[in-house]
Design a protein around this ligand. Structure first.
Ligand code: SF4
Length: 236
């Protein structure tokens, strides 16, 4: 897919999937915790974990999380899975934000994008994807977070020769105007959930198939789909 085809495709997807901002009404710290909870689980289970944590400690702030015993956090986030790994990580993040930023993640988000990204990635267990989600969803920074749906679709569209996180992110950012990155990030995820699924993508219903490399190579000529072609290159 070339740049023109990508822009055409994204215009179609943007109108098909109007923006649904899951982070609306949440504080930056809640968005960060929600993103940590979302690792290796479904949206529904992540939401349950967040709601249960809120029910257990009240408003989710760095101070309250740091003051809550780890075992209580583990029990509260049970629905989100991997509680024994996520609870200590969440607590360490809260303590670090208290120590380094006085409990105010907003101060980090007020920095220029590169510096804010570096500060977020200095927090324990925060990798590039989590940092980019927080920058985009909590701070309106022009990053293009790459989750598992976006990585798979970028591969099907041949957007990047390499399949690692940074290569896909920079390919998407190169072709996406800064003011469109959040909307297009959400639109591609919505497309991955509804039609361009990991297994059995619903290409016959897809409104962008005429520009899709994967469709041209595998469906338009009636070829069978191999396991390799269904594989996603990176983890979300
Ligand atoms: S044509 Fe198929 S593989 Fe291509 S974007 Fe649409 S659903 Fe995904």
């Amino acid at each position: 897919m070339d740049r023109q085809a990508f822009a055409r495709t994204m215009r179609v997807l943007e109108s098909r999937y109007p923006i649904r901002d899951w982070a609306r009404g949440m504080t930056p710290f809640e968005i960060l915790i929600s993103t940590v909870l979302s690792q290796s689980t479904t949206v529904a289970n992540e939401r349950r974990g967040l709601e249960d944590l809120r029910a257990r400690i009240g408003v989710i702030t760095p101070r309250r999380v740091a003051d809550t015993p780890e075992a209580d956090i583990t029990a509260a986030i049970w629905h989100a899975g991997l509680g024994r790994q996520k609870a200590p990580r969440i607590r360490r993040i809260a303590m670090e934000i208290l120590e380094r930023h006085g409990g105010r993640l907003e101060e980090v988000l007020a920095l220029p994008t590169d510096r804010a990204r570096a500060e977020l990635m200095a927090l324990p267990g925060v990798g590039p994807k989590t940092a980019d989600v927080v920058l985009s969803m909590a701070g309106d920074h022009p990053t293009f977070p790459v989750d598992t749906h976006i990585a798979r679709i970028a591969r099907r569209w041949n957007l990047s020769r390499r399949g690692d996180y940074e290569s896909i992110r920079s390919a998407l950012e190169r072709w996406t105007p800064p003011q469109k990155r959040k909307a297009w990030h959400l639109a591609i995820i919505a497309h991955g959930r509804s039609l361009c699924k990991a297994r059995n993508p619903r290409c016959d219903e897809c409104p962008v198939r005429q520009d899709c490399d994967w469709y041209r190579q595998h469906r338009a000529h009636g070829k069978r789909i191999s396991r390799r072609n269904l594989r996603s290159p990176t983890k979300g």
